[in-house]
Design a protein around this ligand. Sequence first.
Ligand SMILES: *Cc1c(COP(=O)(O)O)cnc(C)c1O
Length: 416
Amino acid sequence: MNYFQYIGNELFAEQVPIQEIASQVGTPAYIYSYQTLKRHFTAHDSAFGNIDHLTCFAVKANSNLAILELLGKLGAGADIVSGGELFRALKAGISPKKIVFAGVGKTQQEMEYALESEILMFNVESWQELEVLNEVAGKCGKVAPVALRVNPDISSETHPYITTGLKESKFGIDIHSALESYKKARSLKNINTIGTHVHIGSQITKVSPFVDSLERISGLIQKLRQEDIPIRYFDIGGGLGITYKDEAPPSPQEFFKALSPTLQGMDLSIISEPGRVIVGNAGALITKVLYVKKKEEKNFLIVDAGMNDIMRPSLYKAYHELLPVFIEKRQNILADIVGPICESGDFLARDRELQELFSGELIATMSAGAYGFTMSSNYNSRPRVPEVLVKGDKFRIIRERETYEDLIRGEIIPNF
Ligand SMILES: *Cc1c(COP(=O)(O)O)cnc(C)c1O
């Protein structure tokens, strides 16, 4: 559910006509709905009921300060994967005590920054990383709170849509050697193992992979208790999918209900790291048709948003619904909707049936709130697009469109 809807024949974000935003800020532009964000976060967070829990929003899905600030105010913590994301989360006023730090390639500098900031915990992904963290913590005179990220080795045969929970993936510590790693971690003076972390992938639209992996990990946690390695936090990761087209992912309530039998008796504090499910359907990328090209084999709508603005179609062949901002009584056409970038892979959609559109008309690329702006780049020296937050009948620019000067900031022509 989201708050993008037609009133009459015109598409609105909450109570604001999208056309009005486009005419003020130009196109392309990302538009987010405050009410949708709030609803999604609250639904997710409250699904956990009275179980001790913390919802850490995955910052990489959408890292705009205004979004982080509003989620923080609703009680969210942050799941970060870099020093830059830590900087953003802190700037947005999120308490370091609600920040968890994942990622396979943390640098010593990032570790230091996170230690000095006193974050809740590091989700450590390898034995070597643990040794380095131990050393860095020693130098800073700190003890690093740690959860080991365990790879549950959920087989791709059972779950073909799992991408990070396989033995051969680069993420986490193999479940079969996890107990050994926890024992070894005990010998490290500046490490305090307080948790277990698992994250099996993204855009998962069934509960069974989550249930299977949590059951595996809960077996491990029992063994840890037997070995007198008590932990306090069980970080169950993110990855819950959304509807882009016709997927039918579980609701937060269904999701929690499926996990609840495993989680209830554990007497642990549960951390979850939702990203996409919070912001995905709370955002749209508005683009304008520049040219219509009719070839014998194919129609092309050339629009002003390219793969640098939204990478998911090119990168994953991802489907995004395309809605005309004005519905007109016209026939449908079959077209490729392509951007202005000099790459054949630059498209928003291929062979898409949609209402015939003409130069100057607007299209909303739906479900673009997650991994949309955050994956955008300056490729082809295109300034990154503005982000706008709508709340009720108001809207504000929450990131300005970049200028040509922004493009060359920091560049130096040497004098040799
Ligand atoms: C990307 C990521 C998430 C968020 O994934 P979503 O699919 O957006 O929910 C959570 N945790 C970790 C460790 C991640 O890498």
